[in-house]
Design a protein around this ligand. Structure first.
Ligand code: G6P
Length: 369
């Protein structure tokens, strides 16, 4: 097992560090920046189905559901296709409205999650076209779907999902860009810009990983608190949810993710000097509005950990700590902002002596209801 961990203390840390390579493997051969094309056979072979779809319904569970939420922003923003993101467990029992004009995208790392599999079967029985985004080749979901695209993240052993999440977002971004180009909802210059920026993501993730020691010092300061709040807006709202989930899963500290602007409708009541709040406040994502949320937190003495764009000044002045991430397009920012949140939960769990790779009560893949 030590050999499999490749010198890392835990699989989770190894998998966090594998992300630059995993993301690269995910777009290798598919993202052809020089030719300005994206090629994914599962999409090309079924282009008519994609273009004729009235809407996309994403079904998934856990972290994969969070990747689905990120894709809602990408598909709607770039390809102008309405998207609904569903917990597979709710969708399957709700008697949902599904038609032949629906495109269902099922996201699953393992490809074995029982609820997601059942949601796929239901959607197929109603005539929808079902596309899978899976990591495990030949898995049940990969076989059950009409077509799909693998994430090529390599085996993920840590129960808390890391590289599966970022590679799922990568695949979904590629699909959204391909559709946006086919539909003409993106200009050719904007499209090219996206391809160039996407290609730079692995090196930017590499750069974020260099903040590991600093994240560790922050983990040491807050490891004994009972509650954490995570806030983000737009593309980074699902990242806030995912950051909170990671902390809950492996450190057993209660954490909530919230859209930053919703803070005033509830969570603000929780804020006092004992509450650390992770705020994703990168430059392009409604920056000024998030800064005013940070001011509200500060005036209530909450402890602010800001995830900011390199060179940021404003948040730096207000926050107790800032972790910088390289600048990228807003639509690609979840791929970099997620990384420090993974590291933060990892270090807290290690410091608390928790079983990072196999947290209590959780399973890597949930094959029963
Ligand atoms: C379990 C795992 C999570 C995962 C979820 C969905 O709860 O512990 O890490 O996100 O299942 O799994 P899937 O394999 O369908 O992505």
């Amino acid at each position: 097992e030590q050999i499999e961990k490749g010198g890392y203390d835990h699989f989770m840390l190894k998998e966090i560090y594998e992300q630059p390579r995993a993301i690269l493997d995910t777009f290798r051969g598919r993202l052809r920046t020089n030719e300005a094309i994206i090629k994914m056979s599962g999409v090309e072979d079924n282009m008519k189905k994609f273009l004729n779809a009235d809407r996309i319904i994403v079904v998934a569970c856990g972290t994969s559901w969070h990747a689905g939420l990120v894709s809602e922003y990408i598909f709607e923003d770039l390809a102008r296709i309405p998207v609904e993101v569903e917990y597979a467990s709710e969708f399957r029992y709700r008697n949902p409205v599904i038609t032949e004009k629906d495109l269902v995208i099922a996201i699953s790392q393992s490809g074995e999650t029982a609820d997601t599999l059942a949601a796929i079967k239901l959607a197929k029985s109603k005539g929808a076209f079902v596309f899978g985004v899976c990591n495990v080749v030949g898995s049940s979901i990969a076989r059950e779907t009409d077509a799909g695209a693998y994430t090529h993240a390599g085996p993920e052993i840590g129960v808390a999902s890391t590289k599966a999440f970022t590679t799922q977002i990568t695949v979904l971004t590629l699909i959204a860009l391909r559709l946006a180009r086919a539909k003409g909802t993106i200009s050719s210059s904007d499209y090219r810009h996206h391809l160039i920026e996407l290609e730079l993501i692995p090196s930017k993730v590499e750069k974020v990983l260099k903040s590991d020691d600093y994240v560790k010092t922050i983990a040491n300061i807050y490891k004994d608190v009972k509650n954490f709040l995570y806030l983000g807006r737009g593309y980074n709202f699902p990242v806030a949810l995912e950051g909170a989930l990671k902390l809950k899963e492996i450190s057993y500290i209660h954490a909530e993710g919230y859209p930053a602007a919703e803070m005033k409708h509830g969570p603000i009541a929780l804020i006092d000097e004992n509450m650390p709040i992770v705020v994703i406040a990168t430059k392009k994502g409604h920056y000024d509005k998030v800064v005013s949320n940070i001011q509200e937190i500060k005036s209530r003495k909450g402890k602010i950990i800001g995830i900011v764009t390199e060179g940021d000044q404003q948040v730096k002045e207000l926050a107790d700590h800032v972790i910088e991430v390289p600048e990228t397009l807003e639509s690609l920012s979840p791929l970099v902002t997620t990384i420090p949140l993974q590291l933060l939960s990892y270090h807290i769990a290690v410091m608390l002596n928790k079983n990072v790779d196999q947290p209590r009560n959780l399973a890597k893949s949930v094959t029963v209801e």
